[in-house]
Design a protein around this ligand. Structure first.
Ligand SMILES: [Zn+2]
Length: 100
């Protein structure tokens, strides 16, 4: 994913609309690219600030840094579930081989 693609994904990211694969590429890019990281911070603060004012809600404010941590945590869990499924399939295959 290059800088242009990442920049198009700030809002879907904030809205939680990225698929796991996209999310992973997005987060990896932000870790490596200081420019996009800074821009993301600005976008995030701006968008959340606007929404906060519009909705006048009592929503808990999480900052851009925290939002990234949550996404990383989500991905980690996603991977664990995926690996768990793979392990289950592997055990199943080995079981079948023994039966045959
Ligand atoms: Zn970039």
């Amino acid at each position: 994913m290059d800088c242009k693609e990442v920049q198009k994904k700030y809002i879907p990211f904030i809205d939680n609309e990225l698929r796991a694969g996209e999310l992973e590429a997005f987060l990896r890019h932000l870790e490596e690219c200081q420019d996009c990281r800074e821009e993301y911070d600005i976008y995030y603060t701006m968008i959340m600030g606007m929404r906060y004012l519009e909705e006048e809600s009592e929503k808990n404010w999480i900052d851009s840094e925290e939002r990234l941590c949550i996404a990383q945590e989500y991905l980690r869990r996603h991977h664990i579930i995926y690996l768990g499924k793979l392990a289950f399939l592997a055990v199943l295959c080995i079981g079948c081989m023994f039966l045959l």
